[in-house]
Design a protein around this ligand. Structure first.
Ligand code: NAP
Length: 247
């Protein structure tokens, strides 16, 4: 994959899947701005690690749920990298609970962080991407958007929304040579899934034909492919990377 002179924004880049995406893009020669929510230390460490591949890498603290913060990030990327060719909407959170007990606040927080964030960033990159008639947008959804999951109504609604918005945007932006695709990870070993106890993990694994958790790097490889020119004729697709959970 050739990412020479390409510039990417990755939201939620400091941990788990986002971190693996930043490092995979950087290792293939792509300049990257990544966002995070809390840890400045993790961001500084990642800036250092990614720039060791000889690319520009900058972290910026920005709440993906806030439109103004998304605009700040895109302006920052344009200033530091000279533009935006690739957007990976990866930032996401969970606040699980059965519908009966789920608070309105937990619903709103998850939908804002996972779905509104995709609206925010997509809208803000339109100007640079449409101007150059080129762009690759990759949105991270989830296997549960396809099969549902008890106790995750807020999360599943947000991730299913990401798939719907991506397909609409793929149709809307195609004439400007901007592709929009979705990666739907299954059960991936990150801080997000480390909250689960052994019994819960075992129960999930019974539904995984490949009988193991996925690694963040296995998601990152697919994201890099969709971000590269090797995928130029693919748009509006949902690629499951889930060990066969949804088929
Ligand atoms: P993670 O380990 O919890 O990391 C989440 C990352 O997102 C962190 O870097 C965090 O930054 C950042 N973040 C959270 N809220 C943010 C906000 N409002 N603004 C900006 N950054 C924010 O999660 P993960 O497991 O890597 O998941 C990454 C994506 O994959 C998410 O969209 C998730 O829903 C999706 N996914 C994960 C799995 C899985 O099994 N792990 C499966 C399907 C889909 P701070 O550390 O600074 O807070």
């Amino acid at each position: 994959m050739d990412f020479t002179d390409k510039k990417a924004i990755v939201t939620g880049g400091t941990r788990g899947i986002g971190r693996a995406i930043v490092l995979d893009l950087a290792s293939n020669g792509c300049n990257v701005v990544f966002t995070y929510f809390s840890s400045d230390e993790a961001a500084l460490e990642l800036e250092k690690e990614a720039s060791e591949f000889g690319v520009k890498a900058f972290g910026i603290k920005a709440d993906a749920a806030q439109f103004s913060e998304a605009q700040k990030t895109v302006d920052f990327a344009v200033e530091k990298l000279g533009g935006v060719d690739i957007l990976v909407n990866n930032a996401g959170i969970t606040k699980d609970g059965l519908m009966l007990r789920m608070s309105e606040d937990d619903f709103d927080k998850v939908v804002n962080a996972n779905l509104k964030s995709v609206f925010n960033y997509t809208k803000c990159v339109m100007k640079p991407m449409m101007g150059q008639r080129y762009g690759k947008i990759i949105n991270i959804s989830s296997v549960v958007a396809i099969i549902g999951n008890a106790g995750q109504a807020n999360y599943v609604a947000s991730k299913a929304g990401v798939i719907g918005m991506s397909k609409s945007n793929a149709r809307e932006f195609a004439s400007r040579n901007i592709t929009v695709n979705v990666v739907a990870p299954g059960f991936i070993e990150t801080d997000m899934t480390s909250k689960l106890n052994e019994k819960q993990k075992e129960a999930i694994l019974t539904g995984v034909p490949l009988k193991r958790e996925g690694k963040p790097e296995e998601i990152a490889k697919v994201v890099s492919f969709l971000a590269s020119s090797d995928s130029d004729y693919i748009t509006g697709q949902v690629i499951s990377v889930d060990g066969g959970m949804a088929m």
